[in-house]
Structures are given as C-alpha cells and as structure tokens.
Design a protein around this ligand. Structure first.
Ligand code: 6PG
Length: 259
C-alpha cells in the first residue's frame, strides 16, 4: 500500500509553524477565492493562533479566504465546545476576514435540517449539486484524528461511514452531543487534505491507519488532490520515524509542503 505523504515534527509548535508557512504560500499561489475547511479539537489551536499573529496575518489576503468546517458539535454558537467559537476566538476575530466569508455550521433547530442547510451552503459556494473530482470544493481540508481513529465526526462503526451521496449529515448517539459532519465524498473534495495529529496516545492508532485498517475512519479518508499527514514525533508510528528521515530529505530537496 502506497504510504501517504508524511512530515514529522519535533513538537506541536514546529508543526504549527510549518503548516502556517505552507498555508501562506498556498494562498499566495492561488488565484481568486481560497476555501479552507477547519477542524475542531485541540490540535489545530496553535496553528489558528499563529495565523492570527500580525506578522503572518498581514501576509494573507483575507478578503479571498472562505472558511468552512469539517464538523461541528451541535451546541449553541457561544458554547465552549463549539468548533466555530474556538476558531473565532483563536483566529477569525483577530483578522480582517469579511463576515460573509465565514461559513459556520448552523447549530439551531433540528440537526438533520441543519446538515441539509449546510449542504446547500456548500453547494451554493461550489456552484453545483454534484462534486467533480477534477474541481475540488476546498483548496485545503484540515483534519484531525481521535485516539479511536475518528476524523471530523465520522466515528468507528457509525452508519455515516457509508454515506456516499450526501455532503453533510447529522450524527446522533456517537458522542454525548449530537454532531454535524461532512461525509467522505465532501471531505475528499480538496486539493490538499491535511491531517494534523499529535500526541503519544495516537501512535498505535496511526500505526493501524498507515497499515490500512479500514475499521478506523481516518484510514478511509482519500483526497481528490493530495493527502498529507503532519505528525509530531510522539504520534508518529515507530517505523515511520525510523524510515522517514531520508524520505523527508528527498522531499525537502523537492520543496514539498512545509519546506
Ligand atoms: C472535533 C474534531 C475532531 C478532532 C479529533 C481530534 O470536532 O472534535 O473535528 O475530529 O479533530 O477529535 O481532536 P484533538 O485534536 O483534540 O485530539
């Protein structure tokens, strides 16, 4: 099985630095609108805070950036567990992004209706009701992974894993709170799907993911464009740590993401 592009960092700060530099470059290389789907959880927080620092924020043409989410906890927008709130507090309220460019998932009313509404939001932005692998919806889709191998709000053994047509669905009975999540077809619709994973607690799960264990939702993520993994050393599977140094040297020479 071909191994995904992987970059291993000493720690979460180095990972955030590299990701911020890569994002600034990707946005600069892109004409017109730039769509990014954000992940929730704790891992991306240092990256969001970094993108909000004046030195980096001023390098980004925020009027061209459109922000979406890969998933959301179905809690009020001002609830501490709300992913959009986290991104607003760590990044979006500190940069000159037009309010119309911030596309948070609705978390009022019925979850199924909210999921359908967000699918319409994505389709309006995309300009079609069917995803074309040759024209990805997102420029970058940021994803994380839980210790159990879930990603976005796609959980092990959940029925949403087999959703092949809807772009967005509600997720009940998997977590204490209901969730809204993009499905695999929508998550894959990106020029770059970038996983950021940190922490020793995820090493054994990542080892199974890289071994292709499809019982783990993160292992089933594919990308219409490229699939890239950013890992800190404590999360990286042992064999990757051992075998990766010289492969990275090769990528460094080719100037792949993060360099
Ligand atoms: C969420 C996320 C979720 C997250 C993982 C990892 O809403 O919780 O989108 O998929 O990425 O749970 O979370 P940590 O980064 O906190 O480990």
């Amino acid at each position: 099985m071909a191994l995904p592009l992987t970059k291993i960092f000493d720690d979460r700060r180095q990972m955030a630095d590299a990701c911020a530099a890569w994002l600034v470059e990707r946005i600069a290389q892109t004409q017109g609108r730039f769509a990014i789907a954000l992940s929730g959880g704790s891992t991306p927080k240092p990256l969001y805070a970094l993108l909000a620092t004046p030195g980096i924020a001023r390098q980004i043409p925020w009027d061209r950036v459109h922000v979406f989410w890969g998933d959301e906890r179905f809690v009020p927008a001002d609830h501490p567990d709300n992913n959009a709130r986290m991104a607003r507090e760590t990044l979006l309220s500190h940069v000159p992004i037009p309010a119309a460019n911030v596309h948070a998932m609705p978390t009022d009313g019925e979850p199924e209706a909210a999921a359908a509404a967000y699918q319409r939001t994505l389709q309006d932005y995309y300009g079609a009701a069917t995803l074309d692998p040759a024209r990805p919806l997102f420029d970058v889709n940021l994803l994380g992974m839980g210790d159990d191998g879930h990603t976005a709000s796609l959980f092990p053994g959940a029925p949403q894993l087999d959703e092949a047509s809807a772009w967005v669905v509600a997720v009940r009975d998997q977590k204490p709170e209901t969730r809204i999540t993009l499905t695999y077809p929508a998550l894959a619709s990106a020029r770059t799907v970038l996983f950021m994973v940190e922490g020793a607690a995820k090493q054994s799960t990542l080892t199974r993911v890289f071994a292709g264990d499809r019982a783990l939702p993160a292992a089933r993520v594919h990308a219409d464009g490229e699939l890239v993994w950013y890992l800190d050393k404590s999360a990286a599977p042992v064999e990757r740590l051992r075998g990766e140094e010289h492969r990275e040297e090769g990528r460094r020479e080719e100037g792949r993401p993060g360099e």
